[in-house]
Design a protein. Structure first.
Length: 186
């Protein structure tokens, strides 16, 4: 919920801005569990170092016994447009430090139309090998057998809410009238 709120706030406040943040959690029995997230500061908010900010937040979370293993990051997108050299570089750094890490992409435009669009991605082994080799020429890409659809692999997501969040969603659904004519909330 924090992640979704942050993405919508950034989109409504700054046209063209992308919301990004850290995902914290734990890895257990080949399963990655995301238990907490926090937003990265906007570039104009603070001239300080992003790494120092992240470490300070993680230290504070550790003091209050919140899972503090950095398991990935999230980014907002609009209509599925999220690929960029910066995204590849950032996720390569995450995935090489924590092998199970993911990049969550939250599509604010699709969600505002009534469809929750939250997808998790990981770099494929071929994309990691290509990035390690550093040869991004057409020949290098062809030799590594990486195509546009072989850069990322989608990871299935299972969303579990706390009982309080489920109650909040139930109360909100009772407050917002349903329009059967339009098959949507009005």
């Amino acid at each position: 919920m924090k992640l979704i709120k942050h993405c919508h706030e950034v989109e409504s406040g700054n046209q063209g801005s992308i919301a990004q943040g850290a995902l914290l959690g734990l890895v257990e029995n080949f399963r990655l569990e995301i238990t907490h997230s926090f937003p990265f500061p906007m570039a104009s908010e603070d001239g300080g170092d992003d790494e120092d900010f992240q470490l300070a937040i993680m230290r504070k979370l550790r003091l209050v016994n919140v899972d503090h293993l950095h398991v990935g990051w999230y980014q907002s997108s609009s209509f599925g447009n999220f690929l960029s050299p910066q995204l590849l570089e950032s996720h390569f750094a995450y995935q090489t430090s924590v092998e199970e890490s993911v990049c969550l992409i939250f599509d604010t435009a699709k969600t505002s139309k009534g469809f929750l669009s939250l997808k998790a991605y990981r770099l494929t082994p071929q994309a990691v090998a290509l990035y390690k080799a550093g040869d991004f020429s057409p020949e290098g890409i062809r030799n590594m057998k990486v195509s546009h659809d072989g850069i990322f692999s989608e990871v299935p997501i299972h969303v579990k809410n706390s009982h309080l969040v489920n109650e909040l969603l139930l109360e909100l659904s009772e407050q917002i009238p349903w329009s059967p004519d339009h098959n949507s909330w009005t």
